[in-house]
Design a protein around this ligand. Structure first.
Ligand code: ATP
Ligand code: MG
Length: 468
């Protein structure tokens, strides 16, 4: 039936080797789903009623240059060729214990194997057996759910989620990636079983979360995570962004939904995962810095600094990488108001030079974040804000062209200053270094060695130092 779809030579090979071994074998899961969705997929899962490892070894022997990995403990084997990954597993039956997502596993029939799968759209299988080669086996009306864009568990959803709570994150992830709706009783079970997420390791939760963030419109996923209270299980800081308080007739925007809009807008501008994270986190310190000032209304003074200090604890808890990605996110959060501030007054070259210096490598990403941070519903205002940022961008380009501030270091460094005055590391040396940097950034002196040298000698004199 789907014979022509199975154009890759692997299918015939697997079919022949399976028959020789007297097994029954099927292509299952994500590959079959993606075949119908016309999504490109390079992972292929084969289920065999027999030994997955034996079948994989036999297949491997017929592919030149293929590499076989055997996972004895799991009874699975994997073949890697060029860009494909073929996974072989024996059909299994699973039974769960309440305190773990690891089931007791025993050999099972093809039907057992299909019944243990998470969503109807993931239960689809194609036979590779001689009698019905290429025939689609759709046990739970997966095709109908695919056509209608529905995520639904094949069995009772509460049991499905309680057995392996990671499936709840997977449900949200598929709903986001595919832009599908979660069927009503499945959604109700997400709400009732949300706290079961506590038995899942943070690494696995974060892995699914990253897939949501990498998708085209992550707000779909975050809205579901929030509504089902799954988000409350692992990201309380983000939950706290939600809500509007009104005092003396003055409100403020709902920072959760604002953040989701900023995130989607950032996603339409960049695929960079960490800029997307900066969008998620840019206002994260608004709740803890929120104050109501009489006559003035709501303020979130210093939320960019406090926010940047919240990044490390959040990254640590979510098991996100603490090196360069965290540094970038922290810098973007810290600086996210700076380009906007430039648009308010008339722009001085000095302020532009400081921004270029402080943002360094992150300048383009910062501008992406700032443009995405505009969420006013007033079309006129939106156009004006965007135009202001474009103006800032042009100013930056002009100053950059002239002064080459980016990745810049002052023409005289600390070691040279110490040598000039014949003293070691000290407060005075620090003061001279800072004064020199400021003088150049503020345009007091030009960025060249001679002017810097003169400035340093003068500054040293003021501090009572003697030139050597
Ligand atoms: P993708 O590869 O895009 O992440 P996928 O559906 O292929 O999606 P995999 O993790 O590769 O996801 O799993 C392959 C198949 O195994 C799934 O289609 C599903 O049938 C089954 N599966 C995976 N994880 C689970 C789970 N936690 N519970 C039940 N079945 C699962
Ligand atoms: Mg897969």
């Amino acid at each position: 039936m789907f014979y022509e779809e199975l154009s890759h030579p692997i299918f015939k090979l697997v079919s022949e080797e399976s028959q020789k071994l007297g097994f029954e074998t099927f292509v299952v899961g994500g590959f079959v789903r993606d075949l119908f969705l016309k999504r490109d997929s390079k992972d292929l899962d084969f289920v065999t009623v027999g030994s997955g490892i034996e079948l994989a070894s036999a297949v491997k022997n017929r592919i030149k240059g293929a590499h076989l990995n055997v996972f004895k403990n799991f009874g699975t084997a994997q073949i890697k060729t060029d860009d494909w990954e073929f996974e072989f597993v024996g059909a299994r039956k699973e039974s769960y214990d309440r305190n773990s997502r690891k089931p007791k596993v025993e050999d099972g029939t093809f039907e057992d194997d299909i019944h243990r799968r998470d969503f109807t759209i993931n239960t689809l299988a194609i036979s590779l057996n001689k009698a019905n080669y290429g025939e689609l086996i759709d046990t739970f009306e997966g095709i109908s759910d695919l056509n209608n864009g529905i995520i639904r568990t094949p069995l009772e959803p509460k049991v499905t989620f309680s057995d392996d709570p990671l499936r709840m994150m997977r449900a949200v992830r598929f709903a986001t990636q595919l832009n599908f709706k979660i069927e009503e009783t499945t959604l109700a079970a997400l709400k009732s079983e949300a706290t079961r997420l506590s038995i899942i390791s943070q690494e696995r939760i974060t892995d699914e979360l990253q897939k949501i963030i990498k998708s085209k419109k992550p707000s779909i996923g975050f809205s579901i995570l929030f509504d089902t209270k799954l988000l409350h299980e692992f990201f309380p800081e983000m939950v706290r962004l939600q809500g509007v308080e009104i005092r003396e007739g003055k409100g403020h925007k709902d920072n959760f939904y604002h953040t989701l809009q900023v995130l989607d807008q950032a996603c339409s501008r960049t695929n960079d995962l960490w800029v997307r994270w900066a969008a998620i986190l840019h206002d994260i310190a608004k709740p803890p810095t929120k104050r109501f000032l009489k006559g003035e209304g709501w303020t979130f003074h210093g939320h960019e600094d406090k926010g940047s200090r919240m990044i490390k604890p959040i990254f640590t808890r979510l098991k996100l990488p603490l090196g360069e990605p965290m540094r970038r996110v922290r810098n973007l959060v810290k600086l996210h108001l700076r380009p906007i501030a430039l648009t308010k007054d008339h722009i001085t070259d000095s302020a532009v030079r400081r921004l270029i210096f402080d943002a360094g490598e992150d300048l383009e990403d910062l501008l992406i974040l700032c443009k995405s941070d505009i969420t006013t519903k007033n079309k006129k205002k939106e156009e004006r804000f965007q135009a202001n940022l474009v103006n800032v961008e042009e100013n930056i380009a002009a100053v950059e062209e002239r002064d080459r501030i980016r990745n810049w270091q002052p023409p005289i460094d600390g070691a040279e200053i110490m040598k000039l005055f014949g003293i070691g590391p000290s407060r005075e040396i620090g003061q001279i270094k800072t004064a020199l940097k400021d003088a150049i950034l503020d345009g007091v002196i030009t960025n060249n060695y001679n002017d810097a040298h003169k400035f340093v000698i003068e500054k040293g004199k003021q501090l009572g130092l003697q030139q050597q």
